[in-house]
Design a protein around this ligand. Structure first.
Ligand code: AP5
Ligand code: MG
Length: 235
């Protein structure tokens, strides 16, 4: 199962990727999480990326393509993967096409979570994250359910970064959707509704591909029998 989650900042990609990761037992490759890990550990890339993320801008295509290439070469991706946050530009989409051919893989589905701008602003302004494990939580949650850390606001969820993030998404990332629509891969999901309601639609879309249907586990078998996610930990 090879899935790509597409949507604006705050559309619920991380939330739904967490559900899919548990359901299918495949890795969640989130370029934003990878960059935040570089920042947290103080690598050279992290030092370069920190002000770019804080301003709501995009890290360069070369860096991002190199990062995804290295990650997808790892053996845990062999049974499948869920990509979240890449590609964000048309050159990144073209590079990913080339990489998929090299790896002899193809996407089963591109799941587009469509959410209007007012709702995106509402979600991002209230989102909380665990500074230790990066799990995402809805507003008013007090502590991380996994490590009890006090939750914080993500640096790029501060008001001065949120608008630029949405603007660059509209300018550079919306054209990426046409790239996948042309390939007939896109399932568009109305992102309004509870997390559980959206999860049901995402799962239905993910398993709607003819390829996915062939390899789908039978009821009670392996990861396919997993229950729906909870609202508390979204990552
Ligand atoms: P990244 O971390 O990918 O951020 P993003 O795309 O802006 O998306 P978010 O993580 O903010 O939102 P999400 O869609 O995951 O929503 P979530 O599930 O958390 O990237 C960060 C930065 O890294 C970029 O700005 C850029 O600088 C850089 N970067 C990364 N990849 C790059 C690339 N390829 N090229 C260049 N630069 C790159 O949900 C949000 C909130 O809503 C949560 O509180 C959640 O609980 C809540 N929620 C979710 N679903 C629902 C629902 N159905 N109803 C109500 N609330 C909900
Ligand atoms: Mg995310």
């Amino acid at each position: 199962m090879n899935l790509l989650l597409y949507g604006a900042p705050g559309s619920g990609k991380g939330t739904q990727a967490n559900m899919l990761r548990t359901h299918f037992g495949i890795p969640h490759i989130a370029t934003g999480d990878m960059l935040r890990a570089e920042i947290a550990t103080g690598t050279e890339l992290g030092r370069k990326a920190q002000p770019i993320l804080a301003a709501g801008q995009y890290v360069s295509d070369d860096i991002m393509i190199g990062m995804i290439r290295n990650r997808m070469a790892r053996p845990d991706c062999e049974p499948g993967f869920i990509i979240d946050g890449f590609p964000r530009t048309v050159p990144q989409a073209n590079a990913l096409d080339t990489l998929m051919v090299e790896l002899r893989k193809r996407f089963d589905r591109v799941v587009y979570l469509k959410v209007d701008v007012d709702e995106l602003l509402r979600r991002l302004s209230g989102r909380l994250v665990c500074p230790v494990c990066q799990r995402t939580y809805p507003p008013a949650t007090e502590a991380c359910v996994v490590d009890a850390s006090r939750l914080v606001q993500r640096e790029d969820d501060k008001p001065e970064a949120v608008r630029p993030r949405i603007e660059i998404y509209l300018e550079k990332t919306v054209p990426v959707l046409d790239h996948y629509r042309a390939a007939g891969l896109v399932s568009e999901i109305d992102g309004r509704g509870t997390i559980e309601e959206i999860s049901r639609e995402v799962l239905a879309a993910a398993t709607s591909s003819p390829l996915a249907r062939k390899s789908r586990p039978k009821a009670g078998e392996g990861a396919g029998a997993d229950p729906a996610p909870t609202q508390t930990a979204n990552r």
